[in-house]
Design a binder for this molecule. Structure first.
Ligand code: ARG
Length: 411
């Protein structure tokens, strides 16, 4: 008999897994995290649903079942650092699922230590990114703990899972009938499989839960002022997970954050994924706008490549790497000046910048203006252009001379 901590969602696959481990005589600790997956919409009812998940684990014979509210930790330790990096995989996906996996791994490890468990287990299949992310993060934290991935190693077909469930009285919730595979947390909701597997097929409206279709969006724009203090956002007294939940609702009502992406998975295949990420897209839009106001041109150019690397490391399961931590330190240094305000305009599926202000703004109206009060030294521009163009002029002269020489020697 061994003790196994299982990442438990309450769905069919992990319920069957739990039951199998119990029947094999293992002590199973079921770990369920609240990462705000229902906070994109009404929010209410989410904790009740998760309480049911916990009760279900105990009913299936779990030795213990834990429900951990990890929302604040998720936002503070993962999502907001990623916000400082404007992290978007392949330029578009805010990495909602990818960011949650290192935290799931950390909580699996912490729980395993508490229960002196021999192993942790997850229900990921062999085709996705999540197995990579969870296992690498467990290894980085506690190399002596084994990670079991039974659904990868002996895949369970849906009919077999249903048959096992019927035989062993594993309750099957209505969500089994859902035509998609869904993963959601405060940073976004991902929808895959089913009809979405044809990249030419338009995502049906029933795939979406957090974002309004055009006919239900308000006709008028809505404005929201996001304040940043050293790179950390708030709206009035809303901070952290409550802020993100509120932005999911407000931006979602305007249909903001729908993403349709053919993306490159770590394991080599391309897959078609649909996302709705209203809160994270609104925040990244605002964060980028503030950066453009306060960072130098060199910082912005350099940071663009740092940001891309940050997104790749996160996606690829390398969140625990020293490089990601070093990039966080870099972003932290720039964030010293990331204090200010951004007014966003939410309208018709788009969050756009409507105004920016900061005590650290490098923007100087006296230098930028075309009106009166201009303090820019126009006379300095001609000398600047003279020297800035000098290498071009020299290079062009050499090219001309050499091609004239080449012509002369062939004639
Ligand atoms: N493709 C996204 C990613 O790899 C979403 C994955 C969602 N996970 C899931 N088990 N449905 O980050």
């Amino acid at each position: 008999m061994s003790t196994i901590v299982l990442a438990y969602s309450g769905g069919l696959d992990t319920s069957v897994l739990l039951k199998k481990y119990v029947l094999e005589g293992h002590r199973v600790v079921a770990l369920t995290l609240d990462l705000g997956e229902s906070d994109g919409t009404a929010g209410a009812g989410a904790s009740a649903a998760l309480d049911e998940v916990k009760a279900k684990a105990l009913a299936l014979g779990a030795y213990d079942a834990l429900l951990v509210d990890a929302k604040e930790r998720f936002i503070g330790e993962l999502a907001f650092p990623a916000l400082r990096a404007n992290a978007l995989y392949e330029g578009v996906y805010p990495l909602s699922a990818a960011l949650s996996r290192p935290l799931i791994a950390a909580l699996l490890v912490e729980t395993a230590q508490r229960y002196s468990a021999d192993a942790v287990a997850h229900g990921c299949t062999g085709k996705g990114n999540d197995q990579v992310r969870i296992e690498l993060a467990v290894r980085a934290l506690a190399p002596h703990i084994r990670t079991l991935a039974p659904l990868r190693d002996t895949p369970l077909s849906r009919p077999d899972a249903m048959k096992f469930a019927h035989e062993h009285r594993v309750p099957i919730s209505s969500s089994v009938e859902k035509p998609y595979s869904i993963d959601a947390n405060l940073w976004g909701r991902s929808i895959e499989a089913g009809v979405l597997e044809d990249p030419w097929a338009a995502p049906p409206e029933d795939a979406f839960a957090w974002t309004a279709p055009a006919h239900r969006q308000p006709a008028e724009p809505e404005y929201v002022e996001i304040a940043f203090e050293r790179g950390l956002p708030h709206v009035d007294d809303l901070h952290g997970s409550r802020l993100v939940a509120e932005l999911n609702r407000r931006a979602g009502a305007h249909g903001i954050g729908r993403i349709d992406l053919v993306e490159d998975r770590v394991i080599g295949v391309k897959s078609r994924e649909v996302y709705e990420c209203p809160g994270s897209i609104a925040l990244i839009t605002a964060h980028k706008a503030l950066e453009r106001l306060v960072l130098t041109r060199d910082e912005l150019r350099f940071k663009a490549s740092v940001d891309q690397k940050y997104a790749e490391l996160t996606y690829d399961g390398l969140w625990p790497s020293p490089l990601r931590k070093a990039l966080d330190a870099f972003n932290g240094a720039l964030a010293e000046r990331m204090t200010g305000r951004v007014r966003l305009r939410l309208h018709r599926g788009v969050a756009s910048t409507d105004g920016t202000a900061s005590p650290f703004a490098l923007y100087d109206e006296k230098l930028a203006t075309y009106g009166t009060g201009d303090r820019f030294r126009h006379d300095a521009a001609s000398g600047f252009i003279e020297l800035w163009g000098l290498p071009l002029e020299l290079g062009a002269a050499v090219t001309r001379r050499e091609s004239a020489g080449a012509l002369a020697s062939t004639s």
